[in-house]
Write a protein that binds this ligand. Structure first.
Ligand code: AMP
Ligand code: ZN
Length: 470
């Protein structure tokens, strides 16, 4: 029996799918205006491990992860860089997919993007207006939070308290302080779409409600994302979906805890982030994956170079064990299995049972990995002293099966790193400038060194930063 910690009930609950043998799973994806940092890599990796485990135990998983490809930050970046927004988002979607592949994340069943789903988004807003859960003022449509009784049930916030705590806004269009935007009118030089409320674009939250409905139906099993999404994003998704469909939206809400740096959330806005490319390059993408799965997804995880090195060593211990096994198998002979060897083979099922117990307990990959290490130790001892082919093959098959469930040993494609594109270089230069502005000279130097390692020389000039490939 699989138990999942459900943010909605604050309890570990037995997984009971809506449809037997099938799991409908939606994971909120990134806003694509930058290369992802390793904090963003955490939900990619941990929910991929959840999916792999569900598939391992026999479920058919329909896995949907969106790309937010229209948003203020995207438009701002495109304007600053004199790029077309579509060209910009296409580029980052492609790069993000490369990153995900390098992390051994299985491709999603569907990767919808907002700009391709306007029809469904507008339809859902229309339904909300018809049902009087939303109202239209001067080209903007707001969700009326007082019309949804369950508002606050995920984040355990009480609407009245939220309203009392809300800043007095200049906006007098809203009926209630916590009402949020479903559709907003176009501004100059911004992409827009036609709608019953005039030209404009959707607010952020509605996209996930609409895309989840289109690809998975009105009710889904698991909705997931980082814990920063609980409020307001997921709270608002519940309000929209349940008000529009008149049904419970997701049965289980899963949230990964943060990847921190110096005990603070790694984030773009704090400027304390490390790009996945940088860390993947330095330590290996497989080390990043292993590092993330070495902690339970609901535990905060601190990033440091020392911890990455320790993870790389841990992973190497497993890889070496597999290599030694391979070598031993080649040089082994078929022999009768001794009583002691049979006992060893029999004991494997106990290790496996503990591995499955750990994963059944809210996907405890940390415990699962420690059981893999116990098996590595057991295997190393056997390989050192004995060489019965049947036993060696059994040990290898057993170990590989558990390793594959977590997807921790694989050949990273690394095709994202065969050279930095101009856009990527500009991105690093941009980050270096920000670091300098924040007087974080260590980070600025680190970025310069990183670029140099990749054969890019940068020069500060009065006209700005220039770069050349050397
Ligand atoms: P964003 O592009 O900021 O919406 O983030 C994409 C995903 O990464 C969301 O699920 C976030 O919750 C998650 N995320 C962002 N920063 C971190 C972090 N430091 N640790 C873990 N998850 C994060
Ligand atoms: Zn979402």
């Amino acid at each position: 029996m699989i138990k999942i910690y459900n943010t909605l009930t604050k309890n570990k609950e037995e997984l009971i799918p809506l449809t037997p043998n099938e799991i409908k799973m939606y994971v909120c994806g990134p806003t694509v205006y930058n290369l992802i940092h390793i904090g963003n890599a955490r939900p990619y990796i941990v929910f991929d491990a959840v999916r792999r485990y569900l598939e391992e135990v026999g479920y058919d998983v329909i896995y949907v992860q969106n790309f937010t490809d229209v948003d203020d930050k995207i438009i701002h970046k495109a304007n600053v860089e004199h790029r077309d927004t579509m060209e910009l988002v296409d580029y980052y979607i492609e790069e993000t997919l490369k990153d995900a592949k390098n992390l051994n994340v299985k491709p999603a069943t569907f990767n919808p993007r907002v700009t391709s789903e306007m029809k469904e988004i507008i339809q859902m807003i229309e339904t909300l207006v018809e049902k009087q859960a939303a109202y239209h003022v001067n080209g903007t449509v707001y969700f009326d939070t007082t019309k949804f009784e369950g508002y606050g049930k995920l984040s355990k916030k009480v609407l009245e308290e939220l309203e009392a705590g809300a800043r007095i806004e200049v906006n007098t269009e809203k009926k209630n302080p916590m009402d949020f935007v479903l559709w907003k009118p176009k501004k100059l030089n911004e992409p827009y779409w036609e709608s019953p409320w005039g030209q404009g674009r959707p607010g952020w939250h509605i996209e996930c409600s609409a895309m989840s409905k289109k690809y998975l139906g009105e009710q889904i099993d698991i909705h997931a994302g980082g814990e920063d999404l609980v409020f307001p994003h997921h709270e608002n998704e519940i309000a929209q979906s349940e008000a529009a469909n008149g049904k419970a939206f997701a049965t289980y809400w899963m949230h990964n805890s943060f990847l921190n740096i110096d005990n603070k959330k790694m984030s773009k806005s704090l400027g304390n982030f490390k790009l996945l490319r940088e860390i993947g390059d330095a330590f290996g993408y497989d080390t990043v994956r292993f590092f993330m799965l070495s902690a339970h997804y609901r535990s905060p995880l601190n990033f440091s170079a020392d911890l990455m090195k320790a993870s790389a060593q841990g992973l190497l211990r497993i890889k070496n064990c597999l290599e030694d096994l391979e070598f031993a198998i080649k040089n082994s002979k078929d022999q009768d299995v001794t009583v002691a060897e049979q006992t060893l083979i029999d004991s494997l099922s106990l290790y496996n049972a503990r591995f499955y117990d750990a994963m059944n307990d809210d996907f405890n990959t940390a415990d699962a990995i420690s059981i893999i290490f116990e098996l590595v130790k057991l295997t190393n001892t056997y390989v050192k002293n004995d060489s019965n082919k049947v036993v060696l093959i059994t040990l290898k098959q057993n170990l590989c099966k558990l390793i594959d469930i977590l997807g921790i040993i694989y050949e990273a494609q690394d095709d994202a790193n065969t050279g930095l594109s101009d856009a990527e270089i500009l991105e690093y230069i941009d980050e270096r400038a920000k670091a300098k502005k924040n007087k974080d000279f260590a980070k600025a130097d680190e970025i310069r060194a990183f670029l140099e390692e990749h054969g890019i020389q940068i020069k500060d000039t009065r006209e700005g930063v220039q770069f050349k490939r050397v």
